[in-house]
Design a protein around this ligand. Structure first.
Ligand code: HEM
Length: 301
């Protein structure tokens, strides 16, 4: 998985999917958000959005003819990530076998859609609670929206201009990391903070407590996106996507789908929480207890 995935998910490879992402986001908002006063479950809509994107971008499942195209050997290496896997050989000219490909595609579908949908839901929650931050995001997003013709889709250059929105997403994932941490096995004896850890022990690294360390994040409970300006946090102090050799290979893909979601949401609506004190539960991923119902206020555009 590790050897192959990064080449399918690197920025150069993802650039060509930008327009498709925006197109799907537009259809998602037209189907499930527009012309409504209220959305009963933001969290399940975010899941629907990230799953739709994953199905389209990883496998072109939207296209009813795609199986026939694969079967006839006419897939193009640029149409989706599955096609790239089928048509890309390694340096010795060897292709990936079908089981390997199925395993990787399933890994992508599962790894990709839950975490990113949580990030999207939590962004909706924080922006509802922080109107001054919402106003800044709206201003920046409208600069992009106003620079484009009505039917023009977002492109790679637009996304690079959304630095402020990405800082907001980063601060949301600092306060509430979608993946709280993961297990490791000690491969050698070592001492950590005065504790002796023997080889073979199972360890749990926690994004949540790492992100709340006041030494690196002063006033850790304060929502402060300026932490991500300039060089941003010191290495390994901010780890929503993990770190080191097993770091999430989907980070760039997630950045794009989250920014496309924010763009399409913020340019259409302002919103408020229906349950102001709704809690976030962790089971085992964080999510709004009641699904985050919101009242929508469309912008007059
Ligand atoms: C906001 C969204 C996401 C977050 C917060 C996130 C977080 C993480 C973290 C923390 C890990 C490392 C776990 C560890 O150290 O053991 C991980 C691994 C992984 N992620 Fe993500 N992820 C996100 C989105 C995605 C997306 C969109 C994809 C696919 C396109 C993806 C695919 C994977 C895969 C395949 C692994 C396993 C890598 C390995 O075991 O070597 N993730 N993710």
């Amino acid at each position: 998985m590790r050897k192959f995935l990064p080449q399918f998910l690197k920025p150069e490879a993802l650039q060509r999917y930008m327009g498709i992402m925006d197109h799907i986001a537009q259809r998602h908002f037209a189907d499930d958000w527009e012309n409504k006063h209220q959305v009963a479950n933001v969290h399940s809509l975010c899941k629907k959005y990230t799953f739709w994107l994953a199905c389209r971008l990883f496998m072109s499942v939207e296209d009813p003819d795609h199986v026939a195209i694969f079967a006839a050997g006419k897939a193009s290496a640029t149409q989706d990530i599955l096609s790239q896997m089928l048509l890309t050989s390694d340096e010795d000219g060897k292709f990936m076998n079908e089981l390997d490909i199925a395993d990787k595609i399933l890994g992508l579908l599962l790894g990709g859609y839950d975490t990113a949908s949580i990030a999207c839901s939590l962004i909706v929650k924080f922006l509802a609670e922080l109107p001054h931050i919402y106003d800044q995001v709206y201003k920046k997003q409208m600069e992009i929206a106003n620079s484009k013709a009505k039917s023009e889709l977002l492109n790679w250059e637009d996304i690079q201009k959304l630095k402020y929105s990405w800082n907001i997403a980063c601060e949301v994932m600092r306060m509430a990391p979608p993946l709280q941490g993961a297990f490791r096995e000690a491969i050698t004896d070592f001492i950590f903070n005065g504790f002796s850890i023997p080889k073979g022990w199972k360890l749990y690294w926690s994004a949540n407590s790492t992100h709340k360390n006041p030494e690196y994040f002063p006033e850790p409970e304060k929502f402060d996106p300026s932490r991500f300006e300039g060089k941003g946090p010191a290495p390994y102090t901010y780890v929503p996507f993990g770190g080191g050799p097993r770091m999430c290979p989907g980070k760039e893909y997630a950045r794009l789908e989250i920014l496309v979601f924010m763009h399409n949401l913020v340019k259409r609506f302002k919103w408020e929480k229906v349950i102001p004190s709704e809690r976030i539960i962790v089971d085992p991923l964080p999510m709004p207890e009641k699904g985050l119902p919101v009242r929508l206020y469309p912008h007059n555009v």
